[in-house]
Design a protein around this ligand. Structure first.
Ligand code: FMN
Length: 232
């Protein structure tokens, strides 16, 4: 097998990467109280020094009171956490790498083994994490509007801090994905419905808001849905 194409540069809008090797987002839970430390910066710089083309960060949560079930998952809001991310991206760039944060809202979750819980109940399209686990509450219209705005602010901050792209975590049963599925999205309003296109409205509105905040020339990734499948 010829692997030459893996080592060719790739360019899309703001994203200019030296090769096509991408580090997958991986939760590490080593940001105490949500703040990425020098330790986190060193971890990512090391991967850029190893010549990874694009690094996608571990999931980093948006500015909603119950967007996380883990006190050590990094925040992507607040001065202290964003200063930590600035340090991270500077280190990656200094080593010739490119990077995007994976912005995340976990939705309705199980309680973490550490015993830590967020200050308010988990939130999602319904109170369900899956058809057999209820552990939160259904979001109101204003919760949904605020969450969409929080995704937009996080994307704008990613651009402002100098990241090369931003990835929205739309997979693995977390908030955006909870809206896609009938088993967790049992809403009767305009955010739910019998068909996938109807249940895709939340993801579509998040992508639209993110695009509005970052402009046309910034690369936006949505994991894992192909944009065409939801009409974007
Ligand atoms: C420790 C660990 C943490 C992960 N955390 C995330 C995450 O925060 N966000 C995400 O989208 N995927 C996460 N994943 C999934 C990975 O991005 C990837 O899809 C998975 O490891 C399968 O990759 P592979 O097919 O190359 O083995 C995680 C995987 C591992 C092993």
């Amino acid at each position: 097998m010829n692997t030459d194409s893996l080592f060719r540069p790739f360019n899309l809008k703001s994203l200019n990467i030296r090769n096509r090797i991408v580090m997958a987002p991986m939760t590490r839970s080593f940001s105490p109280d949500g703040v990425p430390t020098d330790n986190v910066a060193a971890y990512y710089s090391k991967r850029a020094e190893g010549e990874v083309g694009l690094i996608l960060s571990e999931g980093t949560v948006i500015d909603r009171p119950s967007s996380s079930n883990d006190a050590n998952v990094p925040h992507f809001y607040g001065n202290e956490a964003l200063a930590g991310w600035q340090n991270v991206v500077n280190g990656v760039h200094a080593a010739g790498g490119a990077m995007g944060p994976q912005i995340w809202h976990m939705g309705v979750m199980y309680n973490h083994a550490s015993g830590w819980v967020p200050p308010v109940p988990f939130e999602g399209p319904s109170s369900l994490n899956n058809p057999n686990l209820e552990n939160g509450r259904a979001m109101t219209e204003s919760d949904i509007a605020d969450t969409i705005a929080a995704f937009g602010r996080a994307a704008a901050d990613a651009k402002r801090l100098g990241f090369d792209t931003v990835e929205l975590h739309g997979a693995h049963g977390y908030l955006i994905d909870q809206f896609f599925w009938e088993g967790t999205n049992n809403r009767n309003d305009a955010w739910g419905g019998k068909t996938l296109p109807e249940r895709s409205r939340f993801a579509i509105e998040v992508v639209k808001e993110v695009r509005k905040q970052v402009g046309e020339d910034f690369a936006v990734i949505l994991r894992p849905v192909a944009m065409e499948t939801i009409g974007l």
